[in-house]
Design a protein around this ligand. Structure first.
Ligand code: C2E
Ligand code: MG
Ligand code: MG
Ligand code: MG
Length: 278
């Protein structure tokens, strides 16, 4: 019986590897046409400012709807876009779309001051002409750079510290704000963190969701907020889902929150109508 279950387990394992490989190949096959076929779309998730008690910006999140595959999550296709090199083209499409959305809101929403955050893949940051392309796009689309935030994951910034900090410095000189995304999700190197040219820290949802598990989780979260403030950073908590988490974050002086408690990522039209509640 032991032998049998071992063999069944092996078969299951090899079949699931086979299925995963097939799925990956299918995505690699379909992804290059996603832009031309109009299958990519940006959704926007509100960022709520706890001091001003209003939505002060959004984060753009990429969506891919394929006729046969349905909705493919970014956590699945972004890594494939990175390893295939397609992220350059897709990343440019995202940036261009964000600039156009900015302009559209400037017209359709009177007195609009929302910032738009966009996730930047590490591969994009390392493209030799990335900063130049961003500069050109911002000029062509007449976007105020201080209303654009680039979110860069902590793990990528730390493991490629020298190159990344140089590029982030150049982007900062253009006037773009830089956020460190998913802070606390991986190995945090505080030595590097305080040397990166960043203005905003986004605390990963894993730190937020554990806050009522124990006092020590609360100590970690409140210490991270204090540290970020002492480094002069704006603090955003990600993945806020409950009133308890909100209360704790407010008490600790967290500046902004993002999460299902405030709103899900929705279409640009629904952002304007404030139609993002759960
Ligand atoms: P991220 O930048 O950390 O984005 C936050 C993710 O958490 C989003 O997932 C969002 O929908 C989800 N989220 C927001 N609030 C909550 C909450 O209260 N609870 C929970 N459980 N989740 C919440 P999404 O849209 O699936 O994106 C996943 C990741 O994919 C992003 O993590 C980002 O790393 C990447 N990604 C998404 N869009 C883009 C893009 O345009 N470009 C690049 N390079 N990466 C992107
Ligand atoms: Mg992000
Ligand atoms: Mg994040
Ligand atoms: Mg993430």
């Amino acid at each position: 019986a032991v032998k049998d279950s071992g063999r069944a387990g092996y078969l299951w394992y090899s079949e699931s590897i086979h299925a995963a490989r097939k799925r990956r190949l299918t995505i690699e096959n379909y992804l290059p046409q996603a832009i031309d076929h109009n299958e990519l779309l940006l959704h926007y998730q509100p960022k709520w400012d706890l001091k001003r008690n209003e939505m002060t910006g959004v984060e753009a999140l990429l969506r891919w709807n394929h006729s046969q595959l349905g909705a493919v999550p970014p956590s699945e296709f972004i890594p494939i876009a990175e390893s295939s090199g397609l992220i350059t083209v897709i990343g440019d499409w995202i940036l261009r779309s964000v600039c156009r959305q900015y302009k559209e809101w400037q017209i359709s929403v009177p007195g609009n001051t929302w910032s738009i955050a966009v996730n930047i893949s590490g591969m994009q940051l390392l493209e030799p002409d990335f900063v130049e392309r961003v500069r050109t796009m911002i000029e062509e689309e007449e976007v105020e750079p201080s209303r654009i935030e680039f979110e860069v994951t902590e793990s990528f910034a730390i493991t490629n510290f020298v190159e990344v900090s140089r590029v982030l410095m150049q982007l900062s000189e253009l006037g773009i704000l830089i956020s460190i995304d998913d802070f606390g999700a991986g190995y945090s190197s505080l030595k590097y963190l305080c040397k990166l040219p960043i203005q905003i820290m986004k605390i990963d949802k894993s730190l937020v969701e554990q806050v009522y598990e124990s006092v020590s989780h609360q100590v970690v979260l409140s210490s991270v907020i204090d540290m970020a403030h002492q480094l002069g950073l704006i603090v955003v908590a990600e993945g806020v889902e409950t009133e308890e988490q909100l209360r704790f974050l407010r008490d600790q002086g967290c500046d902004r929150i993002q999460g299902y408690l405030v709103g899900r990522p929705v279409s640009a039209e629904r952002i304007v109508k404030k139609d993002f509640a759960i």
